[in-house]
Design a protein around this ligand. Structure first.
Ligand code: PAP
Length: 305
């Protein structure tokens, strides 16, 4: 399945960079995962709002099961409620067994569209919700995240080195970002009933609007009564960065013992445009040119100024 290795990453034949430690999981997921008509699959490029969207989808989909003041989100990490196929389910031994996940299942993946198990793509009723983000902010978020993990093993990479690598080759997990974003963008254009394409910046601007859109897309629109009672707004408050990051479960410990990541590392600043605090004008310019060149003509755009 895979070709030329580069440091810890391997370039897979479906055209993406994959961390070597999960290559077997990816193969197993592609070979064995059977989508159900009632599944919701959250797909994302890393550091684009996965944690937030996991919480939002879980809260929207389960609002008739749990009152919001008793939501599992108050005591369980969004990542444990909506596990990743390639990190926690298709690994040995699995952290979560698919058979134990109640239906309708909500699952997540960072896999690009090209590498999704065939049953997700062919099962026209299973829903895909994709989130991406301005690549400049994604880059800075990922750089912080990777540096904080690597510093634990006394290994660090400068921002300059990261940006060169990123600008030149797109060698980041599940990257290049342009292929990842365009893969879902194009699939979403072709099949808008199956794929809802979201951007982090849009959610930040009007989360209530997008939560209503999400509920409609998932086939569980808010009733007039729910809207009157402010249910969409309450869900947005529950899942807000300010609320989630201060919950004990998200401040301490980790949801996955095999992962180097502490729960708190999924919550940093949650700001749009934070890249301008870190990138020199020359690196920012190079990245903006790259974004422009790669996305040109697709209709997918990000505000970068
Ligand atoms: P993942 O791909 O490793 O799961 P993901 O959740 O996609 O990470 O991205 C983390 C980013 O989302 C962080 O952005 P930052 O580094 O720019 O701060 C994190 O702060 C942000 N984030 C986490 N939870 C929320 C939330 N509830 N609302 C908005 N942003 C959030």
């Amino acid at each position: 399945m895979c070709g030329k290795p580069s440091r810890d990453f391997t370039f897979c034949t479906q055209g993406f960079w994959c961390h070597e430690r999960i290559v077997e999981n990816v193969v197993s997921c592609e070979q064995h995962f059977q989508a159900h008509e009632t599944d919701t699959i959250l797909a994302s490029f890393p550091k684009c709002g996965t944690t937030w969207l996991k919480a939002l989808i879980f809260a929207v989909a389960n609002r008739s099961k749990h009152r919001l003041i008793e939501s599992p989100l108050l005591s369980i990490s969004p990542h444990a409620l909506v596990p990743f196929l390639e990190f926690q389910i298709y690994r040995k031994p699995p952290l979560f067994n698919l058979q134990d996940i109640p239906s309708p299942r909500i699952l997540s993946t960072h896999l690009p569209y090209s590498a999704l198990p065939a049953s997700i793509k062919t099962n026209s009723k299973c829903k895909l919700v994709y989130i991406c983000r301005n690549p400049l902010d994604q880059f800075i978020s990922y750089w912080h995240f990777a540096s904080s993990i690597q510093s634990k093993s006394h290994y660090s990479v400068s921002l300059d080195e990261w940006s060169k690598r990123y600008c030149m080759s797109g060698i980041t997990p599940f990257g290049p970002f342009w292929d990842h974003m365009l893969g879902y963008w194009e699939a979403g254009q072709e099949n808008p009933g199956q794929i809802l394409f979201l951007k982090y910046e849009d959610l930040k601007e009007d989360d209530v609007f997008y939560v209503k859109k999400l509920a409609e897309f998932l086939g569980v629109p808010f009733s007039t009564e729910e809207e009157r009672d402010g249910m969409p707004e309450q869900i947005c408050r529950l899942c807000s960065f300010e609320n989630l990051k201060d919950l004990e479960v998200n401040k301490s410990g980790k949801f996955d013992d095999q992962s180097p990541v502490d729960n708190k590392q999924y919550f940093r600043k949650a700001k749009v445009g934070d890249w301008s605090n870190y990138l020199s004008s020359s690196v920012a310019e190079a990245l903006k040119n790259l974004i422009h060149d790669k996305l040109e003509g697709s209709g997918l755009t990000f505000k970068t100024s």
